[in-house]
Design a protein around this ligand. Sequence first.
Ligand SMILES: Nc1ncnc2c1ncn2[C@@H]1O[C@H](COP(=O)(O)OP(=O)(O)OP(=O)(O)O)[C@@H](O)[C@H]1O
Ligand SMILES: [Mg+2]
Length: 277
Amino acid sequence: MDIETMKQLTQVEQSTQQELPLAARIVLRANSCQPFADCGFSKEECCESQSEQRIIAGLLLSIQESERKRIACDLHDGLGQSLTMFKLALAESEQLLASGAIEQAASSLKRLRQKTQAALDEVRQVAMDLRPPMLDDLGILPTLSWFFREFESDCHGVRVEKEFNLQEHSIPGKLKITIFRIIQEATSNIVKYANADRIRVHLKKVGDALHFTIEDNGDGFDPAEVAIRNGSDRGLGLLSMKERANLSGGEYSLDSCCGQGTRISICWHIDNLQNVI
Ligand SMILES: Nc1ncnc2c1ncn2[C@@H]1O[C@H](COP(=O)(O)OP(=O)(O)OP(=O)(O)O)[C@@H](O)[C@H]1O
Ligand SMILES: [Mg+2]
């Protein structure tokens, strides 16, 4: 193969990787077979890790499918209904105008304008859930400040202590959505299970590494017990946080113990971030 062809193939491979959804990239990674001798692990260890990755890939594909269903429902039940209602209200205003009932037509249009605002808010909410636009417009640090402000006002009695000792430009672009999704899942678990009244979030740069921690002072749990759950008892949040961290080149750790809160830590070394996918 000549150098030009190799370059083109590499470009195609890179652009395909960027466009593939998380779950598909995991499936690809799970199916890619590296010779055992090259990776430094035994054959058994490789098989075990590949079968764990296949389970996770399957779980993530099902998350993606249910996420699509949820977005379709949001669009159908929210925006779809609003547009149907607009169409009827416009027809009504048109009739009122045609019959010379100017005042009634004006008040019908005013109601319609108020409902338009509600529909706009709904569209913003759907966009926010998919990917907060402010992540791209303002960056991760302002997005997190906004997120925790909203969180504190929704969850009375839970105080959030944030410490961000780094500049926005020290965080690679591709890592921003990873950090945001991990925080969304970790805070959702805290609300559902922890009974905590304090959350600490740290993001800092030390030498050539980024350190992230989120911890709560709640009930804690036994990770070994959770790991052997199966069927519908088996949640996906902890698995997906771990997989997101690993896929982005981070070292993930979870510490929890009944009665002693929960801490999730991830460390990214700058060298590993060159290959962030
Ligand atoms: N911060 C926490 N405090 C206490 N228990 C937790 C915490 N985080 C997770 N857990 C425990 O770990 C279990 C697994 O969490 P995980 O996020 O994987 O699943 P889930 O939240 O039940 O479901 P899903 O995330 O798929 O909606 C939970 O059922 C809960 O028992
Ligand atoms: Mg969860």
